[in-house]
Design a binder for this molecule. Structure first.
Ligand code: ATP
Ligand code: MG
Length: 574
C-alpha cells in the first residue's frame, strides 16, 4: 500500500482528553477516533492490529478444542430473567425495547444465550465436553468509561464457554484455557502475570486473571518473589496484625473532639496512633444497611465485604442517611449504641482493647472502647485491603504490590447457570445431571491498548511484530528524486511479492515529517533510501524496537527483511 492512499490521520499535538499513553498514541497515530464517550471508531491501522490479535486468539482457542460460533448481540430479557440477572445487572446493562415494547439488552456477556442454546441441543454426556467461543462486540454502560480502548462501553471480547459432565471435566477444560491464554499473551509479545482472582459469591478456587504489567493499570496485584504467589488485591488474604497486646480494658470515657473529623485528626488530637482508632463505615446493600468497623489505618476491601455478605450490590451510604441512622455527621459516628444495623468487624478490631470510636454525637468520641464489650461484633472477618510488605498468605515473606491491566479472566462457573436454566444431560445410568460450566474472556481491544502501554518510547508506538499493524515502511528521503523513487519502488515491489506487509511513503513531505510518522505508528522496520547510500547501491534498514541501523545492498534488502520477519512470525506460531 502507498502512504498517499492510507487513511491514518496522524496528529502532531498531544490530545488533551487522553489520560494514558496508549490512548494518546492511538489518537496521534491515527488509529482510533472517539465517536462518543467510551465508543470508538477503529481506523485501518488499529483494525489491522485488532485482527491480528483476534487471529492469535482464534488459533489458540481452536488448538485447545474450541469451536467458533456467532451469538446474538440483541438478547431478550426473558433469558436474563430466568437467571435473575435482569434485576441485578444494574445500570451497566444497555436496555432497549422493540416496537411491541418487549425488553432486550445489548449483550454485556453471553452466559444466558449460550446456556440456552446448549440446553436445547445437548442431551447426552456423550456430547460433552463442548467448548464454544466467539469474538464480538460487547456492550457495558460503564460508570466511568476512560483510558481510550482500556475501558469502553463498546469493546471487542473473545468469550468462550465450556460445558462438561463433571468437575473433573471442568478442571481439564479450565487447564486447557489457562494454557491457551498463556500462549495467546506470549504470542502477542506481552509481559504478563497470571494472578488468583476473586471468584465472587460463588466461591471456590477457580478464577485467574491475566494481567499485563503496566503502571497505568487499574488493577493492583500482590505478588511474592519468594514463592511466586500472585493475586488481585481484591482477593489477597490478610493476617491480622497484633496491636495493643498486653493492654487491659479500661473505662469507656466520652471526650470532646470539636471540629475533628478524619482518623488523622483524631489521632493527632488524642495523641494516639491511627491503629488505636476504630473507623466506622456505612453501606447500603440489597440486604439492608450495614456498618463496617475497621482499624483507622486500614482500607475496606469492598469485594471481600460483598462476598461476606453474599449480597448482589452495595454502596457507601450518603451523609444524610448516615445522620438519619446515627444522629451524627460522618466524622463523629461509631458502633456504640447503633440500633437495627448489622455490625461487621474487620479481623483486627476484636484485637483492640482500648480503642477510640466516634460517639454518634457531633464533636464527641469515646476512648477506652472495648470491642465486644461496648458494641456487638455480629460478624468478624477479613475485610481489608492488603498493604505492601505484609505477609504472603502462602509463605509469609513480604509481599510486593504492582499494577496491571486485566486482559483476560478465566472462571469456573460450576452449575450457576446450568441450574438456573436447567441445562442437563443424561449420564451412563440415564440419570439427569447438570452440566458443569466455565467461562473465559479476553478483552481483544483492551489487549491492544495494554500492548501499547508496554511498548512505546518518546517517539511513538513500538508494537511487537506479531501485532504491529504493518511490518515495513519504505521511505525515500525525497520522492521527487527519480533514482530514490525507483529504488524505493523496487524494494516495495519485492517485499510485496514476498508477502510482507509494506507501506511505501510516496508523500512529497520533508524527510523529517516522514520519519516522525514512521516512528509514531511504529513500523517494526523502516527502509530509508537517501542520496549518500544510494550512490553505492545501498539503503538503510532500521529496527524500530532496538533502534539498530544497518546499511544493506538494495538488491539484498527484500530477502534480508523478509527472512527476519518470517522467522519472527514462525517462531511466534510454535
Ligand atoms: P473489569 O474488572 O476491568 O471491569 P470485568 O471483570 O468486568 O473487567 P470480564 O467480565 O471478566 O471483565 O470480561 C472479560 C475481559 O473483557 C476482561 O478481562 C477485559 O479484558 C475485557 N473488558 C471488560 N470490560 C471492558 C471494558 N469496559 N472495556 C474494554 N475491555 C473490557
Ligand atoms: Mg467490569
Amino acid at each position: 500500500m502507498r502512504y498517499s492512499e492510507l487513511f491514518a490521520p496522524t496528529l502532531r499535538e498531544i490530545p488533551a482528553e487522553a489520560e494514558v499513553v496508549s490512548h494518546r498514541l492511538m489518537l496521534r497515530a491515527g488509529m482510533i477516533r472517539k465517536t462518543t464517550s467510551g465508543v470508538y471508531s477503529y481506523l485501518p491501522l488499529a483494525q489491522r492490529s485488532l485482527r491480528k490479535i483476534s487471529e492469535i486468539v482464534r488459533e489458540e482457542m481452536n488448538r485447545a478444542g474450541g469451536q467458533e460460533v456467532g451469538l446474538p448481540i440483541v438478547q431478550p430479557a426473558e433469558l436474563w430473567q430466568e437467571t435473575g440477572r435482569w434485576a441485578v445487572y444494574g445500570d451497566e446493562m444497555f436496555r432497549l425495547k422493540d416496537r411491541h415494547l418487549r425488553e432486550f439488552c445489548l449483550g454485556p456477556t453471553h452466559e444466558e444465550i449460550i446456556t440456552d442454546l446448549v440446553r436445547g441441543e445437548v442431551q447426552s454426556y456423550r456430547q460433552l465436553p463442548l467448548l464454544l467461543y466467539q469474538i464480538q462486540n460487547k456492550y457495558r454502560d460503564e460508570r466511568r468509561p476512560r483510558f481510550g480502548l482500556m475501558r469502553c462501553r463498546e469493546f471487542i471480547m473473545k468469550d468462550l464457554y465450556s460445558f462438561d459432565r463433571d468437575e473433573a471435566g471442568l478442571d481439564v477444560s479450565y487447564q486447557k484455557m489457562y494454557d491457551a491464554y498463556c500462549r495467546v499473551f506470549s504470542r502477542c509479545g506481552l509481559q504478563y502475570r497470571v494472578v488468583e482472582a476473586d471468584p465472587g459469591a460463588i466461591g471456590g478456587t477457580g478464577s485467574h486473571e491475566f494481567m499485563v504489567l503496566a503502571g497505568s493499570g487499574e488493577a493492583e496485584i500482590a505478588f511474592c518473589d519468594n514463592c511466586g504467589y500472585a493475586s488481585n488485591v481484591e482477593k489477597t488474604e490478610t493476617r491480622p496484625e497484633l496491636w495493643q497486646e498486653g493492654l487491659s480494658p479500661g473505662e469507656k470515657e466520652l471526650v470532646a473532639t470539636p471540629g475533628v473529623k478524619t482518623v488523622e485528626e483524631v489521632s493527632r488530637r488524642l495523641n494516639l496512633s491511627p491503629k488505636d482508632i476504630i473507623k466506622t463505615l456505612f453501606y447500603e446493600t440489597d440486604q439492608g444497611p450495614v456498618a463496617v468497623v475497621i482499624r483507622g489505618d486500614r482500607e475496606v476491601n469492598e469485594v471481600k465485604l460483598k462476598n461476606k455478605l453474599d449480597c448482589l450490590w452495595l454502596e457507601m451510604m450518603g451523609d444524610d442517611r448516615i445522620r438519619e441512622l446515627t444522629g451524627a455527621p460522618a466524622g463523629s459516628v461509631g458502633p456504640i449504641g447503633l440500633k437495627g444495623i448489622k455490625i461487621l468487624a474487620e479481623s483486627e478490631v476484636p484485637l483492640l482493647v482500648q480503642a477510640v470510636a466516634g460517639a454518634n454525637q457531633e464533636g464527641y468520641h469515646y476512648r477506652g472502647v472495648n470491642p465486644g464489650r461496648d458494641f456487638p461484633l455480629d460478624v468478624v472477618a477479613d475485610l481489608r485491603l492488603i498493604e505492601e510488605g505484609e505477609d504472603c498468605p502462602k509463605c509469609g515473606s513480604p509481599l510486593g504490590l504492582t499494577r496491571g491491566i486485566e486482559v483476560g479472566h478465566i472462571f469456573k462457573l460450576g452449575t450457576k447457570y446450568s441450574s438456573a436454566l436447567k441445562a442437563r444431560v443424561l449420564d451412563e445410568k440415564g440419570q439427569e445431571q447438570l452440566m458443569i460450566m466455565g467461562c473465559y474472556g479476553i478483552g481483544v481491544s483492551r489487549t491492544l491498548a495494554a500492548a501499547i502501554e508496554q511498548n512505546y518510547d518518546e517517539d511513538g508506538i513500538k508494537l511487537p511484530l506479531p501485532i504491529a499493524p504493518m511490518h515495513v515502511i519504505v521511505v525515500p528521503v525525497s520522492w521527487q528524486d527519480e533514482a530514490q523513487r525507483s529504488a524505493a519502488e523496487t524494494i516495495y515491489q519485492e517485499l510485496n511479492a514476498r508477502g510482507i506487509e509494506v507501506l511505501l511513503d510516496d508523500r512529497q513531505d520533508r524527510a523529517g515529517v516522514k520519519f516522525k510518522d514512521a516512528d509514531l505508528i511504529g513500523f517494526p522496520f523502516r527502509v530509508t533510501i537517501g542520496p549518500k547510500t544510494l550512490k553505492e547501491g545501498k539503503a538503510e534498514v532500521k529496527d524500530r524496537r532496538t533502534g539498530e541501523v544497518q546499511i544493506k545492498k538494495i538488491v539484498e534488502i527484500a530477502d534480508y527483511i523478509s527472512d527476519i520477519i518470517k522467522e519472527g512470525l514462525r517462531a511466534n506460531e510454535n
